[in-house]
Ligand binder design. Structure first.
Ligand code: G4P
Length: 285
C-alpha cells in the first residue's frame, strides 16, 4: 500500500502555524493515545522550541489503560508534561488547568517579580487532523467555539478564548501533518481512520489490523467475533475476515462472501472501540 499526503496543504498549514506560534507562551499538543508515535509530528519540537509544552494523550477512552499509563511515564521521563484526556466527555479537563500553571510557573514567577499582574498565559492547541483538537478546545473552554473539522485555508479568526484569569487559548488549532517516515505510520493512521478511506484498500488495512489484534489482543478479538481462541490462533488474518463476513451475513449476490463489506465493518468496530480498548503502539517501540 502506498500512503500519500498533500504537500500543498502541508506547506500552508505549517506557515500558518509558524505565525501563530509567535503569539503564544505555550503549545498544547494533542495526540491520539492509541498511536502516540504515528499521530505526532516531531517537527513540533523545532516549531515549539522555547515554548512551554504540554502533551494530551487524547481519546484515552479508546486506548488500553495500562498502555496509557506506560505512555504517560514515557513522556514524563522525557521531561514533557502529559495529561490523559477524553475530550468528548471532558475527562481530564480539570487536571489540565493545574498542569498548565505548573508547566508555566517559571513565566508566572518572572512576571510576578517584574510586578506584572494578571497577564494570562497564552496557549495554542496543535496536532495532526482528527486527533480531537477542536473537540478539546470546545470542552476545555466549556462552549462551542472552535470550528470542528477545520481545514487549512479556512478563514482564520485568531480570537482569544479567555478561560479564566490565568489562561487564554487561541480559538483556531494549529494543524500539523503526519510524518510518513515509513509505511507503518500510514497503516496505523489508516487503522484509526485518519486517512481518507476512499484512497485506501480497506481489505488490506483490515487484514493488517486483524493480524495485529490476533497477536496483541486475541481475547478481545475472539470475543467480538465469536471465535474459539484456538481457532483464532491458527487462522490466517484473511480467514478471520472471511469468518467475520459469514458471521455478519456479508454476502454478494452470487452468494460469495463480501470481504470488502466485512473489512469496513471490522474497521468501524475497531474505531468505535467495540473490539475493546486497544493501543496499537507501545512505548518500547
Ligand atoms: P480535529 O479538530 O483534531 O481534526 O478533531 P475533532 O475535534 O474534529 O475530532 C475528530 C473526531 O474524534 C470527532 O468524531 C470527535 O468527536 C472525536 N473525538 C475527539 N476527542 C475524542 C475523545 O477523547 N474520545 C473519543 N472517543 N472521540 C473523540 P467524529 O465522529 O468525526 O465526529 P462526531 O460524530 O463526534 O461529531
Amino acid at each position: 500500500m502506498d500512503f500519500q499526503w498533500y504537500p500543498g496543504h502541508m506547506t500552508k498549514a505549517r506557515r500558518a502555524m509558524q505565525e501563530d506560534i509567535k503569539l503564544v507562551d505555550m503549545v498544547i499538543e494533542v495526540i491520539d493515545a492509541r498511536i502516540p508515535i504515528s499521530s505526532r509530528n516531531p517537527d513540533i519540537d523545532e516549531l515549539g522550541k522555547n515554548k512551554f509544552r504540554l502533551v494530551l494523550l487524547n481519546k484515552a477512552d479508546l486506548a488500553d489503560d495500562q498502555k496509557n499509563r506506560a505512555w504517560q511515564n514515557w513522556f514524563q521521563q522525557k521531561g514533557i508534561a502529559v495529561v490523559m484526556t477524553d475530550a468528548r466527555t471532558k475527562n481530564g479537563m480539570k487536571q489540565i488547568q493545574n498542569t498548565i500553571l505548573e508547566v508555566c510557573k517559571e513565566k508566572i514567577e518572572r512576571d510576578r517579580r517584574r510586578g506584572i499582574k494578571n497577564r494570562p498565559i497564552r496557549a495554542m492547541v496543535v496536532g495532526i487532523p482528527n486527533v480531537g483538537k477542536s473537540t478539546f478546545i470546545n470542552s476545555f473552554a466549556g462552549r462551542s467555539c472552535a470550528k470542528t473539522g477545520n481545514k487549512p485555508g479556512v478563514t482564520r479568526g485568531n480570537q482569544w478564548i479567555r478561560l479564566n484569569k490565568n489562561v487564554e487559548l487561541l480559538d483556531t488549532p494549529g494543524i500539523l501533518w503526519p510524518k510518513f517516515e515509513d509505511q507503518i505510520v500510514g497503516l496505523h493512521l489508516a487503522f484509526i481512520g485518519s486517512m481518507k478511506d476512499d484512497i485506501l484498500n480497506q481489505e488490506e488495512v483490515a487484514v493488517e489490523l486483524l493480524h495485529f489484534l490476533q497477536e496483541a489482543y486475541p481475547e478481545a478479538l475472539a470475543e467480538r467475533y465469536q471465535m474459539e481462541k484456538a481457532q483464532l490462533t491458527e487462522a490466517a488474518p484473511l480467514d478471520i475476515l472471511q469468518h467475520i463476513a459469514q458471521l455478519r451475513g456479508c454476502l454478494l449476490k452470487a452468494g460469495e462472501l463480501d470481504t470488502k463489506k466485512a473489512a469496513a465493518l471490522c474497521l468501524d468496530d475497531f474505531r468505535a472501540g467495540r473490539i475493546g480498548r486497544i493501543s496499537v503502539e507501545m512505548p518500547e517501540e
